[in-house]
Unconditional design. Structure first.
Lengths: 217, 217
């Protein structure tokens, strides 16, 4: 199992029946593949659909039906198409149960930076700031390190996405919950030792007892 | 009743230097024939307010490639390297805004509100130069309304009163920008006789539409 699959499988376990969930593009979108068959959830794409379905077979694409990454998708039975004000009203108004986003850095306060690298990458924040500010539960799904560099740090050096504490950080090495006291290590990745996690983390971790290994669905 | 006009006639109504609200999300639900006609006319010094600039050769990206845009307000330019290059070269003045904030600023402009109070962007680069307003002990950013000289809308279907119906994720910014342009030009895929569109299906009442483009085919 590669790192992305570990992360996606673990995040999928956070998805509960009938939630309204927004998955970011890239790694977070993989979470949809690992939901138990009997769990019904509503996936929102912020460009305007609730009840996002899988990619259509080739030749059956609708040019008016894409996800927020611009890829062709389908709409599930019971889906609703909405305009951007409604879509972001759901996000900002606290109606979105959970959002899963990628991250560049997360710090000890639980603050996320994921929308720009000054001088290198200025793609714009899209809906990320609204999602992190407004969703009930914010899950950051990302690789634990980047080319050996720490991504979980004591203070973000990159511009913040929001000054709201995220709910969970899920990597291939660890599941971490930001708390009032700091970053609490709740679970270890498959076959990963506490020492390895600490070495790969640029922030202090709160470790109580022996954090169990992740259960992957 | 409105007489449908050609895209070239519509483009001739839009002077150089005009400000344009343009519908679409990565080109889905963008007024493609209007954009093509503006490029053909050689429009210059436009201010464009849109969610994104799609990618080179697609949607708003065509206006960017043609050098028609002087100022851009958008939430995401990450899939269009040309927008980023022109921004870095100083050819286009780019203002990046969170997507939910952008659509609400446009809505505010369209419905006569003096601004929007939102937590999105607090404590981030978006906060710079903006007033922070406290309401019942909570802090919000004051985001100002946006209007433009023109709103360019794509719709699935229109009637000859200009009533508009949209399709799936091609709603996005369109129903909202219809309120915020001094002149509103709608580009429907088809036009049907008055009375064919059910009142319940009309998302943009025809009274908002100034000009109707002829059907696509």
């Amino acid at each position: 199992m590669d790192a992305k699959e570990i992360i996606a499988r673990r995040v999928a376990r956070e998805v509960k029946p009938d939630m309204l969930v927004n998955l970011g593009i890239g790694l977070p979108s993989l979470v949809a593949h690992y939901l138990p068959k009997d769990v019904h959830v509503f996936f929102q794409a912020e460009n305007g659909v609730i009840g996002l379905g899988a990619r259509p077979p080739e030749g059956m694409e609708d040019p008016d039906l894409t996800d927020a990454g611009g890829s062709y998708v389908t709409a599930m039975p019971g889906a609703a198409s909405i305009d951007s004000a409604m879509s972001f009203g759901l996000i900002r108004g606290g109606h979105l149960d959970m959002t899963v986003l990628g991250g560049l850095e997360v710090d000890e306060r639980g603050y996320l930076a994921n929308w720009m690298v000054p001088g290198k990458m200025v793609p714009g924040m899209g809906g990320a700031m609204d999602l992190v500010s407004g969703a009930k539960k914010v899950v950051v799904a990302m690789a634990h390190t980047a080319k050996g560099g720490h991504k979980i740090v004591s203070r973000c050096s990159l511009p913040l996405t929001a000054v709201r504490r995220v709910s969970l950080i899920v990597t291939e090495m660890a599941l971490i919950e930001p708390t009032d006291a700091g970053l609490a290590l709740r679970e270890r990745g498959p076959g990963v030792s506490l020492r390895e996690i600490q070495d790969a983390t640029g922030a202090a971790l709160i470790i109580e007892g022996e954090p169990p290994e992740m259960q992957l669905g | 009743m409105k007489l449908a006009i050609t895209a070239d006639v519509a483009a001739s109504l839009i002077p150089d230097g005009a400000s344009l609200l343009i519908g679409g999300f990565m080109g889905v639900g963008s007024p493609h024939r209007l954009i093509d006609a503006l490029v053909k006319r050689g429009a210059k010094n436009l201010t464009v307010i849109a969610n994104d600039t799609a990618w080179p050769g697609r949607g708003v990206g065509k206006l960017i490639s043609a050098g028609a845009v002087m100022k851009l307000v958008a939430s995401h330019i990450g899939l269009n390297p040309e927008t980023q290059a022109r921004m870095i070269a100083g050819e286009i003045d780019v203002e990046l805004a969170p997507q939910g904030t952008l659509i609400e600023r446009i809505r505010a402009g369209g419905v006569g509100l003096g601004g929007v109070l939102t937590a999105t962007g607090l404590g981030t680069l978006v906060e710079k130069g903006k007033r922070i307003v406290e309401v019942d002990g909570k802090s919000y950013l004051l985001e100002t309304p946006i209007r433009a000289d023109f709103a360019l809308i794509a719709a699935k279907q229109a009637d000859y009163y200009g009533n508009l119906e949209y399709s799936l994720t091609a709603h996005n910014f369109n129903p909202i920008i219809a309120l915020a342009g001094d002149v509103v030009i709608a580009e429907p895929q088809t036009i049907v006789p008055v009375g064919v569109i059910s009142p319940d299906s009309v998302k943009t009442p025809g009274v908002l539409v100034t000009h109707l483009l002829e059907r696509a085919f």
